[in-house]
Ligand binder design. Structure first.
Ligand SMILES: [Zn+2]
Length: 189
């Protein structure tokens, strides 16, 4: 199923991403691959029908991962739920959590097609970037400040990671960063 390939590591804000020190761009091979395994948190992306998830809430039939993405253990325990906001839904949706008793890793399941910590779909964000770069117009129906935030973050990231080698424009840059396993519009560099 290749689920493991779609797992990304993240840490709490206070985690080990060291503060304002100079960003060292990781090599493409490192990006998006699972990192240290002890007490980390993993995000795994699954095909999810958001409308069903909205209606069923905690009864939504999540597909349980086959094994722990950190240590491969096949013992995964339910670990409750976490709320997350998605565009188009007036209340938060509940995402399923699992915990691996062998390595302590907490696994959060998220819908495919959405970046972690973003409530707009990847498609919407990409459309916004395209609209701005080609027609110098923001998409209707989404606040200008959010779109501006995505655009600025992307430009900043392109400078940080693809500087000197990138002449392909912002939309192609978005796709390139995506290919590298990055969140192109993430502010954390
Ligand atoms: Zn584990």
């Amino acid at each position: 199923m290749g689920l493991r390939n779609e797992a990304f590591f993240y840490f709490k804000k206070q985690g080990r991403r060291s503060e304002k020190s100079k960003p060292v761009p990781p090599s493409p091979k490192q990006v998006g691959l699972p990192g240290p395994t002890r007490n980390g948190k993993m995000v795994m992306f699954f095909a999810v029908k958001l409308k069903d998830l909205f209606e069923k809430g905690r009864d939504y039939p999540w597909q349980k991962p086959d094994n722990c993405p950190c240590c491969n253990s096949q013992r995964l325990w339910g670990h409750g739920f976490a709320e997350a906001i998605f565009d188009g839904y007036k209340r938060p949706l509940v995402l399923k959590l699992y915990r691996c008793p062998d390595c302590g890793c907490v696994i959060r399941l998220r819908p495919k097609g959405y970046f972690k910590r973003f409530q707009a779909s990847i498609e919407t964000i990409r459309s916004s970037i395209t609209s701005k770069s080609i027609m110098n117009r923001w998409l209707p129906g989404i606040s200008r400040s959010r779109q501006c935030h995505w655009y600025r973050a992307l430009k900043k990231r392109l400078n940080a990671y693809l500087t000197g080698v990138w002449v392909g424009g912002v939309v192609a840059g978005f796709d390139r960063l995506l290919q590298l396993g990055q969140v192109p519009v993430s502010r954390c560099i």
